[in-house]
Design a protein around this ligand. Sequence first.
Ligand code: 5GP
Ligand code: MN
Length: 339
Amino acid sequence: MNAKDIAQIKALLSTPKHIVIIPHKNPDGDAIGSTSALFLFLKKKGHLPVVIAPNDYPHFLKWMAAEEAILKYDQHKDIADQKVKEASIIFTLDFNDLGRIGELQAVVQDSEATFIMIDHHQQPEDYADYMYSDTSIGSTCEMVYNFFSWLGEVDAIDADIANCLYTGIMTDTGSFRFPSTTSTTHRVVADLIDKGANNASVHQMIYDTNSLSKLQLLGCALRNLVTLDEFSTAYITLSQKELDQHNFKKGDTEGFVNYGLSLKGINFAVIFIENRQENIIKISLRSKGDFSVNQFARKYFEGGGHDNAAGGKSDRNMQRTIEYFVNLLPQYKEALNNS
Ligand code: 5GP
Ligand code: MN
């Protein structure tokens, strides 16, 4: 985004507008944090914004100040379609391809609104009128902070907005430990705390609100963990039956894949989760070092993401998905062991 783009966006935002803000399907902390922060900011500036999430998200993200204003598309399709039709500006946050918003894609792609993308995923599609895409930044929330700063609006960040932005920066950097965490990230976070973000409380609301059944599901996942030392790889499976036995709720498996990666000598970790309703195996992939799970997920599992964290899916059943996956590894042996 250059100075001319910023000037044009400022001009667009100089009078009240109907604005739709959209995160990706199965939104995570960065998606809900960034869209909520932008919503609160635009509302404060006199606009008529709405966040439309393609579907529901975990309970531990449902405390932000914008929560009441977030429409879930799969529950309120008619109102949401109307909002998209009314909108003169559509912000798309934390995703790079309209295929990532599920059924919402159909109405969004017919819209004549001005599209503004803010995102940090690799290989973005070219659908937006204004595109702020930077794959080197650890979170969309950090980019939204930059966006506010380019608009000359950092002072509009209040405690509610700061808590939202803090959430996405914290979750997408793995609590400030992934290599995408820079000194700038820490400076942004320092400013957010100065503006009222309650870092300890945000951490607790996200990470310390587990149910006992979720922890027991984690126990089940860890018992299912398989290591393939020859390929520095670990994978976990969770069947629909196991999810049902542990009273699975959306978000319960968030972070499980990282346990595989925490093993010494493991550079590639994957979790395969059966979703019988959608008739797919949902896959999360993580790596250490140079092995790009974005490329791997794109090539073999209709997915994508970042170099070290990506997602995808398989239409095969669990057993066949695992066979397919394990058979892919020998060709990457050297890359996996040297990652
Ligand atoms: P997670 O494994 O936590 O769901 O996602 C890891 C990263 O990959 C996130 O940045 C997420 O947006 C992205 N991602 C997850 N699933 C998919 C997918 O099916 N397709 C694409 N393109 N990206 C995905
Ligand atoms: Mn993100």
